[in-house]
Write a protein that binds this ligand. Structure first.
Ligand code: ZN
Length: 269
């Protein structure tokens, strides 16, 4: 494991200007106290109704579900969460100007909170820090809508048109934003190194960045706590705590104390 880690460190340390693309998922934010979705402590594992509220038709069609969704938003751990060592390691890549684009499936805004230029971050599943009106498309900061809920509006409506407000995120059954998908795809084609961290790479089209980058000649490094669906596409798979591995790869901390697991990380470089 140490040799493999050293190899990846060398790749990152020797990266050309704006040549690294990072793809992140829920696993990078769990150290900040934000649970993932389907893990043992996942939001949907513990509360299946929350998964239903994440379906567009159910959300639009069921006022009771929306009221519950607003109550969940009020107490979401993201409002008080702080970026962790993994987020901060990625900011260092931007500071060195080797980061091309950071594509995230997360909606928590912690990459920007950690210090990234928002223009460098592509939020493929949207952001919970804004609301949008399903009818007229108006958007506004989430904080104002939450203030209305606290003041007694159980399901605040759009002030422009009376339409249904939702978090500006992509629900099941809702198409991704084409321009966003295009940016992610273009980044995967342009990079020398794709670093996927904290994602099981099970959700497309985002997961498709991995084979796209590979076909375009980039190296692919997957960092995750558990096996992913696309480990076989990676030059290197590093398995372990993301909050230790990313700082070790970037060099923002000393190498972590990790031990090689039974299924040894693959390397082919
Ligand atoms: Zn509206």
């Amino acid at each position: 494991m140490d040799d493999v880690l050293a190899t990846v460190r060398d790749w990152v340390a020797g990266a050309r200007r704006r040549s690294i693309v990072v793809l992140t998922g829920a696993g990078i934010s769990t150290d900040s106290g934000i649970p993932d979705f389907r893990g043992p402590d996942g939001v949907w594992t513990r509360d299946p109704a929350a998964e239903r509220a994440s379906t567009l038709d159910a959300y639009l069609g069921d006022p009771d579900l929306r009221r519950l969704a607003w109550q969940r938003r009020l107490v979401h751990p993201a409002w008080t969460a702080a970026p962790n060592a993994a987020h901060l390691a990625l900011v260092e890549l931007e500071r060195r100007d080797v980061l091309h684009t950071l594509v995230t499936q997360n909606i928590d805004g912690l990459h920007q909170a950690a210090g990234h230029d928002p223009d460098r971050v592509v939020e493929v599943h949207g952001t919970m820090r804004r609301v949008t009106c399903w009818s007229c498309g108006a958007t506004a900061p989430m904080a104002g809508a939450l203030d209305r809920v606290r003041a007694g509006e159980a399901d605040p409506a759009c002030r422009d048109c009376g339409g249904i407000l939702k978090s500006d995120t992509i629900l099941f059954g809702q198409p991704l934003v084409a321009a966003t998908v295009h940016r992610a795809d273009a980044a995967a084609r342009a990079c020398d190194l794709l670093l996927a961290a904290g994602t099981s790479l099970a959700v497309y089209p985002v997961a498709g960045m991995v084979p796209v980058a590979r076909r375009s000649g980039a190296r692919v490094v997957i960092v995750n706590g558990a096996p992913t669906d696309l480990d076989h596409h990676a030059d290197v798979v590093l398995r372990g705590p993301i909050g230790e591995l990313l700082p070790a790869i970037v060099g923002t901390t000393a190498a972590p104390l990790i031990t090689a697991s039974e299924d040894l990380p693959s390397i082919d470089c």
